[in-house]
Design a protein around this ligand. Structure first.
Ligand SMILES: Cc1ncc(COP(=O)(O)O)c(C=O)c1O
Length: 382
């Protein structure tokens, strides 16, 4: 028998895989995993078919197709008002998860501490641990899941190397304000920290809020990796392609890892997205109103339920506070309702080291209106 000591003792099968499998097994409406149940724009799917038929099927350059990186730089100018060099600052990656992993592996050394804000996306801590670093968990505040800057400051030590943030935030739907960005910038400059900014939901932001990107704060831009995902922006989570923006010196280090983790992202997907963005550069900016209508539909359909609900500020997730219904822990309730009630969700406590709030479930509203109304009708009966 071979002996093997696991490098990731805390990691098992992800909750997303488990809940989606359970939803299928019990024929429950699946609002657990974050993916749309509707198709990507026709023009994009046609562009992919065309790209492969026209022969874009071999390795792309390691940093990504130049045509795509140019379109991305154009998008960043259009949507964030920032000028980014497509050759030295943009790297196309096979999913934001890979970009995040490569950035952490490139910069975090054994013994370094990395601050994460709980609840946080589940890939962060394993990436830190594989780099030999230590994740320092700081809970988001109880009032609306905003960052508690005093607590974050208190967590900084001489070993802190990086802070990982995510806005709009999965799973809570909270968003950073300009004041939060100022705090982040001041902290990072004062302690010479690197920043990993997960902005995969940048376009899914509601009620007139503006997305705050690290690229727009000059002091942050100098020390940050900003991560984006086409899966979220173009409703193609299965295409697993995204990009990472960082200043040239950080990009160079991140690419050293990327070239030996994946080397490249899939060529025809890159070509298709480049062609689609050239034809429809305004498409990403249509997403906020599209998803806000879905959020509102789901929210209004739950008006007669016993859940307490603060409308999601961003992402395609809505938290429901079930404290008026039961005190069952969220992970138990989630399984119970998938099995017995017929709606699958995600418990948010599993994204925290020491869950402070166990009475929230996360529901994905990137679903057809019919499915959302059906799910709400069931949830209103609880
Ligand atoms: C906050 C966050 N970051 C990163 C990702 C991963 O994106 P990708 O599928 O492009 O790897 C997700 C996907 O759900 C996410 O919610």
């Amino acid at each position: 028998m071979v002996t093997l000591q696991t490098k990731l003792p805390k990691v098992g099968t992800t909750i997303f895989t488990r809940m989606s499998a359970m939803a299928a097994e019990h024929n429950a409406i699946n609002l657990s995993q974050g993916f749309p149940d509707f198709e990507a724009p026709l023009g994009l799917r046609e562009a992919l078919a065309r790209a492969t038929m026209e022969g874009h099927n071999q390795y792309a350059p390691m940093a990504g197709l130049p045509a795509l990186r140019e379109q991305l730089a154009h998008q960043l100018q259009l949507t964030r008002g920032v000028s980014v060099n497509p050759d030295t600052e943009i790297t196309v990656v096979p999913g934001a998860t890979e970009g995040i992993y490569c950035a952490v592996m490139a910069c975090v050394k054994p013994g370094d501490e990395v601050i994460v804000l709980d609840p946080c996306y589940d890939s962060y801590e394993p990436s830190i641990e594989l780099a030999g670093g230590v994740a320092i968990h700081v809970p988001l505040g109880n009032d609306g899941f905003s960052p508690d800057w005093q607590k974050i400051r208190d967590a900084v030590t001489p070993r802190t190397r990086m802070i990982m943030v995510n806005t709009p935030h999965n799973p809570t739907g909270s968003t950073f304000t300009p004041a939060d960005m100022d705090e982040l910038q001041a902290l990072a400059e004062e302690h010479d920290l690197l920043v990993s900014s997960d902005e995969v939901y940048e376009h899914l932001i509601y009620d007139g809020r503006q997305h705050c990107s690290v690229l727009q704060w000059e002091g942050l831009r100098q020390r940050s990796f900003a991560h984006y995902s086409f899966g979220k922006t173009f409703s193609v989570t299965g295409w697993k392609t995204g990009y990472c923006v960082a200043p040239p010196a950080l990009t160079a280090e991140m690419r050293k890892v990327h070239q030996f983790v994946a080397f490249v992202a899939v060529t025809p997907v890159q070509q298709a997205i480049a062609d689609f963005l050239a034809a429809e550069p305004g498409y990403p900016q249509t997403l906020a109103s599209f998803y806000q209508a879905k959020r509102d539909l789901f929210y209004n359909a739950l008006a007669d339920s016993r859940f307490k609900i603060t409308p999601s500020g961003g992402t395609y997730f809505q938290l429901l506070d079930y404290s008026a219904i039961t005190d069952t822990p969220d992970y138990e309730l989630c399984e119970q309702w998938t099995r017995d009630v017929g709606v699958a969700s995600i418990p948010i406590s599993i994204f925290s080291e020491q869950p402070q709030a166990q009475h929230y479930l996360r529901f994905c509203f990137a679903k057809s209106d019919e499915v959302l109304l059906q799910a709400a009708e069931i949830l209103c009966k609880i």
